[in-house]
Structure formats: C-alpha cells, structure tokens
Design a protein around this ligand. Structure first.
Ligand code: NAD
Length: 556
C-alpha cells in the first residue's frame, strides 16, 4: 500500500516490554514518533499534523515509513539524521551519542518567511516542525496544561489575591495547545469562556474533560459565564464562532471579561487562523484556490481581533498575548499600539525560567498508566517539601486524562530534574516500572529558545533576538548524550520569529543512562539559568551562585 495516499491510515503504537528495535533508545524514538501521530494525540494524524497549525511529525508518509524502518534497523553506535521530517543519513557515531539528530524548518535568516517556506513545502523540500511535533515529544494537551495553569496562577497572584474565583477569562482557540486553557482556568477556580470556530475541536476538549459545556449562542454563553462567576463556581464554556467577529459584538453588548487572551493559531495566517465571515469549508476552499487572498483576509481579521482586545483592555480586562504572535500581525496591519498588552512570558513566566524551570515531562513507553502513577508517588515522597509541586501532581492525577502513552508534565528546575532523572532510572533498573521511561521537555523552556515576541520578549539586556543560546543548548545536550536532539525554526510564533532546540533522553535503567541523565539533565536547565544570569536577572544570578554553576564572567 502506498502510505502517502492513505487518508485513513491509523498508527498502532507499540506498547509493553517487548523490544522491536535494536535498543531501547531507538525503540523510544519510534514509540514517541508514533505517539505524536496517535489518533488520541494528534490534531490531524491523517496529514501527519500533530498540533499548532501545520506542525508535523514527518514530512510525508514515505518519509514516515523510512524513519520507522531506519529506527528499527539503527545500531547502538549509529546516529540517524532527520532534515525537516525526512531521514537523510545514518552515520556511525558511538554508544553515548544521540541516536537521532533533527533539524526542522531552518532557513537562512534573509529567506526566513512563510512565503519562502510555503514554496519549499510545496516542492516537498521542507516541513513545519513546530516545537514538539517535529521533535517527537508531544504528549497531547497535557504537555501545555501545567504551563497554562502556572500562567493563570501567577496572574491570579498578581491581580486577584491568589485565585480566579469570581472572574471570567475570555479566550479563543481550543486546539492542541489552546485546549488546555479552560482546564487551567477552572483549576484556578475561575470561569472560562473560550471561542473556537471549529466545533470538532470543542467536542474533543469536552470528550477529554478539558472543557465543561458548549453552545453556539452568544447570549447563552455570556449568561452561563456571569451566573458561574457570581456563584464563584468554576466552569468552562466553549462558544462556537469566530473570535474576530464575536469580540466586537461583546463590546457592543457591554460585556467585558476580567481576563483576556487568545490562542488561535495566529502564528500561521494561511493554515492556522480563520478569517471573519468564512465557514471552515469556505476557508478550506479559499486557502486552496487563492492563498494570497486568504492570508490578506486572515491578517485583516487578526487586526480587528487585536483592536477589540485593546478596547477590552482599556475597559479593564487584564490582557496578555499567549504566544501566537497575533500582536505582530496586527502591528504590521497598522494597529500601532498592538504591543500595549504584554506577552505571557515577561508578565508571568520569566522568574521560573531564571531557576531553570520549564515544561519538563516524562512518558511511559510501556503504555501502562501504573508506571506514571508509581513515579508520581515517589515524586510526592521525595519532593514532599515542595508544596506547590505536590499540589500540582495531585491535581494532575485527579483531573488530567492521558492521551496516547501515559505521561506527566511537571515544571522542575535546575537540580531537581537531574535528581528525578536518577530516581526514574533506578526505578527502571529495579523493575519498579515495567519499561524504560522517556524524559524530555517542550522547546518553550528556560534556555532553549530565542523568540523576541514570546519567550525572550523584553529581556533585561535587550538580547531578545540573540539565537546563539538555543544553538549552544542543542550542542551541549548532544555532547552530553541526549537520546535525540533537535534544532528548529519558527515554532510557536511562525517563520522568522523564533529559533529553538529540543532534547529527549531515555531512562533505560542502565549505568550508561545514569551518567548521561546526570549530564544532560544538568546542562539543559543549566542553560536556562545561565542565559538569564547573563542577561542580568538577579534571581538567575543567585541561582547560578547557589548551585555552583561555573560562569567565567559572572562576577565581573
Ligand atoms: P491549533 O492549530 O491546534 O489550534 C488553533 C485553534 O484556533 C483551532 O481549534 C482553530 O479552529 C481555532 N481558530 C482559528 N482561527 C480562529 C478564529 N478566527 N476564531 C476562533 N477560533 C479560531 O494550535 P494550538 O496548538 O492550540 O496552538 C495555538 C497557538 O498558540 C499557536 O499559535 C501556537 O504557536 C501558540 N502556542 C502557545 C503556547 C503557549 O504556551 N502559550 C505553546 C505552544 C503554542
């Protein structure tokens, strides 16, 4: 069967303790690639799309098949090279080297725009890797839910004395990442009104218990939200519609939320954002028949969307950009004050980055939820003094349903990541968990991304656009023996606006893994501390000093 033509192709991931590849690291890469494309995990697996607009796991089905074959045959002293989702070479390396190195969507800076990318994509020469799509460590909406929870928790601390109770958060976009918003808001005891133009996305969030109810009636949505706010009852409401159309109507009706943000796929005006006045089918037709008209209309709609957000901000809504680059598009479209509301990183997340904290996660290759539960229990015991962390793990156990391979997201920082890595490897070695565990993180981490409109917005020393940092991060993680390392461009905010790196490391219970885990789980968050200390953040400088990180010029 020619896989590329098969629309109905369903990937059945390997589970259990039986090895199919020649080592657990290759097996891990294989299972995580398949997991990214699992029906429960990916947004459009039939097109190899995992999340975030057109973020893909492999360039096309031929490439996917060749990657699977390569991983099955890969020796324990070889390294497979992936160029934008296509396997291009296998070289002899050594046992501690990464088994896979991936470079996705990278373009020389002067060519780094969507137009050039689409030309290459059309010719079959490129793929959009987003962040964890092309680097095979996406774990479903759970991967973002703690970051979203931490963002809203910090907002609640700064603005509402610690809780979102009796507040309404208005947002849009219930896709792979944005779908975490309603649960993160209700976990903080608030009410969430979330607009999405695609009813199937809303249904999916209801099925997985990220969202409570849906309606297509604006009046009903507002009333439900107001009632729940008054009663101080957490509730999330999915409203079917186009945000750029609905926000201005809300303003006309005199409705203003307490908190306002947006996670439509605005980073990609062609494949991510739906312009005003178009049904999904009409949008799909125009996208195909007249892409430049589509992009024009899409950008105009984003400008209207941001203008409405600015009006709501002026009327008192705490407003922030949620990492989709919508402010930049609006500014390019003539909304001069588009950057009047801040990005979520400088507003709420940067102090965590200063301690090397970020979206760390692990997944059970066995497919057995019991393995994750056992690690949860050990974590709760070993980190019992960290109240915030323990609260998170208990809440996650209760409220988060697994998608694909069971996994846990946990924002750990410098020191704690290496400590947990050792604990997990020991658990694999002793047979306490039934198969090796994959440990990794999002690219949206402390020291692995340069993205001036998002993770590195408003850096203290003005170094927002310096992308040496993610490159150094990838290199030191590869040297340290990460199992696979990736270097991407354009994730989160789109082509031309970001460069970032990923790392994944497998705890297979061996002594070699012990050494590699200590190295990589130290250098990786260490880069976060160093990047922020170098930029002059006091907390990062303090962390570097306390933890004894060697920075030759820190004292000058
Ligand atoms: P996705 O493509 O899976 O989902 C986007 C959703 O937006 C879809 O459900 C789509 O129907 C909806 N949408 C598009 N246009 C709309 C409109 N005009 N009105 C209402 N709904 C509309 O993307 P995702 O993975 O959820 O990511 C969303 C955005 O957030 C991306 O730009 C992504 O880069 C960014 N992002 C943010 C973070 C973060 O931590 N904040 C992390 C990763 C990604």
């Amino acid at each position: 069967m020619k896989a590329s033509t098969s629309k109905s192709r369903v990937i059945n991931n390997y589970k259990g303790t039986e090895l199919h590849a020649k080592g657990w690291i290759q097996e891990a890469a294989l299972r995580m690639l398949m997991n990214n494309l699992d029906q429960e995990v990916a947004e459009r697996p039939e097109d190899l799309v995992v999340y975030g607009g057109i973020g893909k796991a492999a360039r096309n089905w031929e490439s996917y098949d060749a990657i699977v074959k390569s991983l099955l045959e890969l020796e324990n002293d070889e390294t497979l090279l992936i160029q934008s989702g296509k396997p291009v070479a296998i070289f002899k390396s050594h046992k501690d080297a990464p088994r896979v190195l991936l470079a996705n969507s990278n373009l020389v800076p002067a060519w780094a725009n969507w137009e050039h990318f689409h030309e290459l994509d059309k010719k079959g020469l490129m793929m959009y890797g987003q962040m964890t799509a092309g680097s095979w460590i996406y774990i479903g909406t759970q991967g973002i839910v703690q970051g979203t929870y931490e963002t809203f928790a910090e907002l609640a601390r700064q603005e509402f004395s610690g809780s979102l109770k009796h507040t309404i958060t208005l947002t849009a976009g219930l896709g792979g990442m944005g779908g975490a918003q309603p649960l993160a808001v209700t976990m903080n005891d608030g009410v969430c009104l979330a607009i999405d133009v695609d009813e199937t996305r809303i249904d999916r969030r209801i099925e997985t218990a990220y969202l409570d109810v849906k309606t297509s009636n604006l009046e009903e949505a507002i009333n439900l939200a107001k009632e729940a706010k008054k009663a101080g009852r957490p509730l999330s409401i999915g409203l079917i519609g186009n945000a750029a159309e609905i926000l201005p109507i809300m303003i006309e009706k005199g409705f203003n939320p307490d908190v306002l943000t947006d996670q439509t796929s605005a980073h990609d005006p062609l494949n991510g954002y739906v312009p005003i006045g178009f049904s999904l089918e009409e949008a799909a037709t125009l996208r195909k028949e007249n892409p430049s008209k589509y992009v024009k209309l899409s950008k105009q709609s984003m400008a209207i969307h941001v203008k409405a957000m600015l009006t709501m901000q002026q009327k008192g809504a705490i407003t922030f950009d949620y990492g989709n680059n919508i402010r930049q598009v609006a500014k390019d479209e003539g909304i001069e004050n588009a950057f009047d509301f801040p990005g979520f990183v400088p507003a709420y997340i940067r102090p965590l980055f200063c301690e090397g904290k970020g979206p760390f996660r692990w997944a059970a290759l066995s497919g057995d939820p019991e393995d994750i539960r056992k690690i949860d229990e050990v974590l709760l015991r070993e980190f019992k003094d960290d109240e915030h962390l323990c609260k998170w793990v208990r809440m996650a156990q209760e409220k988060i349903s697994f998608q694909g391979l069971p996994a846990r997201i946990c924002w750990l920082g410098y020191g704690d990541r290496a400590r947990l890595g050792k604990i997990i490897n020991d658990m694999v070695a002793s047979g306490e968990v039934s198969a090796p565990i994959v440990i990794g993180r999002d690219h949206l981490d402390a020291g692995s991304v340069a993205s001036p409109n998002r993770e590195t917005e408003g850096m203290k020393d003005g170094s927002d656009a310096v992308s040496d940092w993610p490159i150094l991060n990838a290199m030191i993680n590869a040297v340290g023996g990460a199992s696979w390392v990736s270097l991407h461009h354009g994730g989160g905010v789109g082509m031309g606006y970001s460069q970032h790196s990923g790392m994944v490391i497998v705890a297979d219970g061996t002594k070699d893994a012990d050494i590699r885990l200590q190295r990589v789980l130290t250098t990786d968050p260490g880069m976060g501390v160093v990047r922020h200390a170098d930029a002059g953040y006091e907390l990062a400088i303090k962390t570097a000093r306390e933890k004894g990180i060697k920075m030759p010029m820190l004292n000058q």
